[in-house]
Ligand binder design. Sequence first.
Ligand code: UD1
Length: 416
Amino acid sequence: MDKLLIEGGPRLAGEIAISGAKNAALPLLCAALLTRDPVTFTHVPDLNDIGTMLRLLAQMGVKVEREGSTVTLDAGGLDTPVAPYELVKTMRASILVLGPLVARMGEARVSLPGGCAIGARPVDQHIKGLQAMGAEIAVEQGYVHARTARLKGARLFTDMVTVTGTENLMMAACLAAGETVIENAAREPEVVDLANCLVAMGARISGAGTDVIRIQGVESLHGTTHRIMPDRIETGTYLCAAAATGGDVRLTGTSACYLDAVVDKLMDAGCEIETGRDFIHLHASRRLTAVSIRTAPYPAFPTDMQAQFMAINTVAEGTAVIRETIFENRYMHAVELIRLGADIRIDGNTAVVQGKPALEGATVMATDLRASASLVIAGLVARGETLVERIYHLDRGYEHLEQKLAALGARVRRVR
Ligand code: UD1
């Protein structure tokens, strides 16, 4: 299994381009299931999760063509509306095929994703929404089996804000008969990116980006070409890496408009940040000041940036209080950061981080995608060498991580 060897110390400096967003690309690829026409996506990141999704779609009968960062999907021959456990278990976002499959084929068999490292993460809201739209749903032998003649528009209310839940129901509603209203909808920019693509395919959607989305169902959708939005979490992760090392970094092909809450906190920590339509420039000239955060649905501070902020707080001046309100078990990185010398106390969903002047390199283990990113950031500032094990998590969500870090002057090497 690959590991990442990081020699801490160098200040990150230079310019890198941000990749297309994983969390936008995954639902967008599933949207291609809604039409018989080919759909082309550009700026698709080269990530393991994308490979998994393309394999999943291919085994359903979707023709997949991939050339560099351009992917064309042709679901004209879609004949197997099944998502098997072997693929779903490696990637929870596979559940995003459920809505489109039921809407277009009137049937779907999708394995339940099960638990994962960061909590129970059920899909009850996806199921409840589809039932309200008239689907008959049975959960048998670990599979969600959904059937219907044609989905009917309905008023949907989700018990909590769910990103993939909103996306699944929005996609399903595009082909339903009549109007669907999703209340308490997720407002994440990835939901808006998906809605923009669906509208370009002929869907009638309004309100994406607010907490009430209205969809007028249509008979069929057609093909289009869509460019995936920049990855705001990748952006935030490199900003944190630059900030922690006292660096000077320009990120291109991205925009601060997707991550106001993160940029705000980095400025509170003492970073100077200049933003333009398609770039963010961060300059950190002194030791960071500790910043407290509380995760919540967009536009508040994203849970996917919590671990990286814990890492920068470990070497900041002062004490930070971190509250995780989205996932019940998302502090696995804390014990690994403690192995590097960090001072962190956890009490339920609250973590108190007392900043220290320095961390010491050690061997640590990545437990999930963003936890891994926090360990990389800590490794970049720790004295000596840090070996991050199980970096397959990073390969799921960060495109060309070592190359990008190396381009900024970091000393990182993949070892087998
Ligand atoms: C998405 C993101 C993930 C991010 C998360 C929260 C993708 C592919 N993944 O995950 O990176 O961390 O949003 O911003 O976009 N819940 C239920 N029942 C449901 C659905 C959700 O109880 O049916 C709960 C979850 O357990 C969690 C909360 O609702 O506690 C939010 O989860 P959700 O927004 O659905 O996360 P994902 O869409 O899986």
